[in-house]
Design a protein around this ligand. Structure first.
Ligand SMILES: Nc1nc2c(ncn2[C@@H]2O[C@H](COP(=O)(O)OP(=O)(O)O)[C@@H](O)[C@H]2O)c(=O)[nH]1
Ligand SMILES: [Mg+2]
Ligand SMILES: [Zn+2]
Length: 297
């Protein structure tokens, strides 16, 4: 007898799997274990009843994988699969938004090809017009809301009742308030990534997925902002900026870093189609990725 399900969590060699008939604990069958199909949170799997318990006998191919990248490009470890969206949440004020942090989280989603949206909360305190315009111009759908006053919530809730959502953003943005509204009594991971370099251990970075009673799944990963994009190929960074990437074809050099090269079609658009502080985020992240600028002399 087989069943299909979705992996919610992993603890050692045991997987919690959500099926239409309830949650079960399963282990990986040998063949799956040896392949590169090791199950991760969010995987759609087929289970077989072994009599003594359930085994994961196959893992469906993934639409995307949120990865934890290791500094210096030394590889990555999958965190969660099949995310439908990353919602980057910020407040309009209290605390003040930090656009560069939003850009960072958006790059993280873009790097793994996960659709991203911006949720702008606390519009009861301030309409956040400049921020909303900035993020829309960058190419992102923006949902202005007030969790506290119940403004603008219907479209967001409808969205989150379908598929798998990951909500991230700075502390104080209102994430817990939103998630509690969606699933009252929800208890999320609070684990902090250990180590001064933020590398942490195996368990501290593992995600869990929570099925919501009224539909949809939430993915919770402790310390998502520590899930950097360090391993990203610097050449690909520009592709993680929807507002920069349309212009790269016009650059004189195919390996243009879009910083100092002559004939850069991206730089030509800064202050025109590209907002200056979005370009500044690009330059900062590119710097962080540690690439050497090309020598033109
Ligand atoms: N004025 C106002 N306050 C809010 C709103 N949403 C959340 N808050 C408050 O902002 C604070 C931080 O919210 P919380 O959900 O803990 O943010 P988190 O750190 O992102 O999880 C709490 O005191 C909330 O009551 C909102 O829409 N308007
Ligand atoms: Mg919180
Ligand atoms: Zn260029």
């Amino acid at each position: 007898m087989t069943r299909s399900g979705v992996v919610l969590a992993r603890k050692g060699s045991q997987f919690q799997v959500h099926t239409a008939q309830g949650q079960v604990t399963a282990v990986l069958r040998g063949r799956v274990k040896r392949g590169d199909g090791r199950a991760i949170v969010g995987d759609r799997v087929t289970l077989e009843d072994l009599g003594s318990g359930w085994a994961i006998i196959s893992v469906e191919s993934r639409t995307n994988v949120l990865e934890r990248r290791v500094p210096g490009g030394r590889g990555s470890r999958p965190i969660a699969a099949n995310l439908d969206r990353v919602l980057v949440m910020t407040a309009t004020v209290n605390p003040d938004p930090v656009p560069q942090l939003l850009d960072r989280l958006l790059v993280l989603a873009e790097a793994d090809d996960i659709p991203a949206m911006v949720v702008v909360n606390k519009i009861d305190l301030d309409p956040g017009t400049a921020l909303i315009t900035r993020m829309e111009r960058a190419g992102y759908p923006v949902l202005p809301i007030s969790v506290a006053k119940g403004i603008g919530l219907a479209p967001l809730i409808t969205l989150m009742r379908d598929g798998v959502s990951l909500v991230t953003g700075p502390s104080g943005a209102g994430k817990s308030s939103l998630l509690n509204l969606l699933q009252p009594g929800l208890r999320l991971l609070t684990g902090k990534v250990s180590g001064k370099d933020g590398r942490g251990t195996h368990t501290t970075v593992s995600a869990i997925m929570i099925p919501m009673d009224e539909g949809g799944y939430l993915v919770d990963t402790p310390g998502l902002s520590d899930v950097g994009f360090w391993g990203l190929d610097p050449v690909n960074l520009v592709q993680c900026f929807p507002d920069l990437r349309p212009f790269t074809d016009g650059c004189r050099f195919p390996d243009c870093s879009h910083r100092s090269e002559p004939g850069c079609a991206v730089r030509e658009q800064v202050g025109i189609a590209i907002a200056e502080d979005r370009y500044a985020s690009y330059c900062l992240f590119r710097e962080e990725l540690g690439s050497e600028p090309r020598d033109w002399e």
